[in-house]
Design a protein around this ligand. Structure first.
Ligand code: PAN
Ligand code: ZN
Length: 190
């Protein structure tokens, strides 16, 4: 029997290479409503790249139990004091879970449960993160290099970007060269 080459691999710079891969690119113009400081958003070139997501979906979308494999690469940078980050979402099928793991760079994973309790986990190369049912999840690059994070989630999970109140989300900011977390008055830690 032939020993075949794997159809997909992680290339240099954290790009997924192979077949059945799609890429989503998010620039400042796509993220206007996600960063807190509207004035700073307006002062950045709208074409500035914030993050890219490569997704490998080998199964038909109707396949029961199908998984997606993704890699997210977030550029280093800030909008005002707020670090570059993903939009963040809950799964449309809220009970669907997900694994993230750190590949390169440093940052954090913000999660929030439906009761409004928030949690931040440090992401490092090799760190493993479990996103529990009904949790909001967002990646934040707090480092000087690109943050690259792998993910596996059910193909039928779906992305819901609007169900969480953005005003209540903790913000991860840079202050005097250190990473600081600002909680809204109504946020709770867990
Ligand atoms: C990830 C995310 C990816 C980009 O693949 O979709 O990191 O984040 P946003 O979708 O919040 O822009 C995932 O969590 N999939 O379920
Ligand atoms: Zn997800």
């Amino acid at each position: 029997m032939l020993i075949r080459k794997a159809p997909v691999g992680l290339g240099k710079g954290g790009t997924l290479e192979g077949t059945q891969i799609s890429r989503t690119i998010r620039r400042i113009e796509d993220l206007r409503n996600f960063f807190h400081d509207a004035t700073s958003v307006r002062n950045i070139d709208p074409q500035t790249l914030v993050y890219e997501v490569d997704v490998y979906s080998p199964s038909e979308s109707s396949t029961n139990g199908a998984l997606n494999f993704g890699v997210t690469r977030i550029e280093p940078g800030r909008v005002g004091t707020e670090f570059f980050m993903t939009k963040g979402h809950v799964h449309s099928r809220g009970e669907r879970t997900e694994f993230y793991w750190g590949i390169d760079g440093t940052g954090c994973l913000l999660t929030g449960d439906p009761e409004g309790r928030w949690r931040l986990e440090q992401i490092l190369p090799g760190s493993v993160h479990y996103i529990s049912p009904f949790s909001f999840h967002r990646l934040i690059n707090t480092g000087e290099e690109q943050l690259t994070v792998g993910a596996v989630w059910p193909n039928d999970a779906g992305h819901d970007y609007d169900s969480f109140d953005r005003e209540r989300m903790p913000r991860v900011i840079s202050e005097a060269g250190t990473v600081r977390v600002l909680l809204s008055d109504e946020s709770d830690e867990r």
